[in-house]
Design a protein around this ligand. Structure first.
Ligand SMILES: [Zn+2]
Length: 272
């Protein structure tokens, strides 16, 4: 089912994006064994990553956001095809908000040099940080609201993000009447109950695009074998001799890979 909706509202002067990130958040909880307030904080970052991905225009486009602060280190990334993933390292338990630090976004459209945007965190809520990022780094004032809810078992029951971005030519009268944070949160709540069709009932959208985003890591044994090939046979065999195997951990999907003697034989004998 589609979970991303993008379109233009207010006489095609404002871009509206809303993403139901529930499945993405549930998969992140499963893979990263998340809980408590820090789970919510990570999910908000993933929502932001999903939104950045949904904004990509080129089919080969890739984007990543890195949040480094005194409280945590989060990185999220995605691409035009809306496969989002993230890694999360909290320094404390029960973190609410990102704390003080920076947010860096790298966007690569596959043609020119990647765009790099950097902005200080506000020290407030993640939503304030995301909005601040767009204002400071991209000079595109954007109101971002996220929502994460967990049930009594601590599992994600709903997660979503909505972003309202006036286009550069938006008239003053439109800017004055943009939806408030409360209205955007109410819209997210309606999407929880009624699905994305709730947005179409609320707003007359044009240039409507509906797509599907998911949590998906791009690691694989084949990919890592490629990395090990570049390490070279002597080095790989040395690690296997000393440690029993080459062990690689993917922080994006919490998967452990092990490569032993047999793998080295296969990988390096093939080419001989
Ligand atoms: Zn992975």
């Amino acid at each position: 089912m589609n979970n991303v909706l993008r379109g233009l509202i207010f006489n095609e002067q404002v871009s509206l994006t809303i993403i139901d990130c529930t499945e993405i958040a549930q998969e992140a909880y499963r893979l990263h064994l998340l809980k408590g307030a820090e789970g919510h904080t990570f999910v908000r970052a993933l929502c932001f990553g999903a939104y950045l991905s949904a904004c990509l225009k080129e089919r080969q486009g890739q984007v990543s956001a890195e949040i480094k602060s005194n409280r945590l280190h989060v990185s999220v990334s995605g691409g035009y095809h809306l496969r989002v993933r993230g890694a999360f390292e909290p320094f404390f338990e029960d973190l609410e908000g990102f704390g003080e630090g920076t947010i860096t976004v790298i966007r690569d459209d596959g043609y020119s040099r990647p765009f790099v945007g950097l902005c200080e965190l506000t020290g407030g809520t993640p939503d304030q940080d995301f909005s601040q990022y767009f204002k400071v780094s991209e000079q595109l004032p954007t109101h971002v609201e996220t929502c994460v809810e967990t049930d009594e078992k601590g599992e994600v029951s709903y997660a979503g993000i909505v972003a309202v971005q006036p286009l550069p030519f938006a008239e003053e009268s439109v800017l004055k009447n943009l939806p408030s944070g409360e209205e955007l949160q109410a819209l997210l709540a309606r999407v929880k109950k009624e699905g994305l069709s709730a947005v179409k009932k609320e707003y007359a959208l044009s240039a409507l695009v509906e797509r599907r985003a998911e949590y998906k890591c791009n690691c694989s044994r084949e990919y890592l074998q490629g990395v090990l090939l570049s390490l070279g046979e002597a080095e790989m065999r040395k690690i296997i001799r000393e440690d029993g195997a080459v062990r690689v951990h993917c922080h994006y999907c919490n998967t452990d890979y092990e490569f032993g003697e047999k793998d080295a034989d296969e990988m390096f004998l093939k080419g001989k």
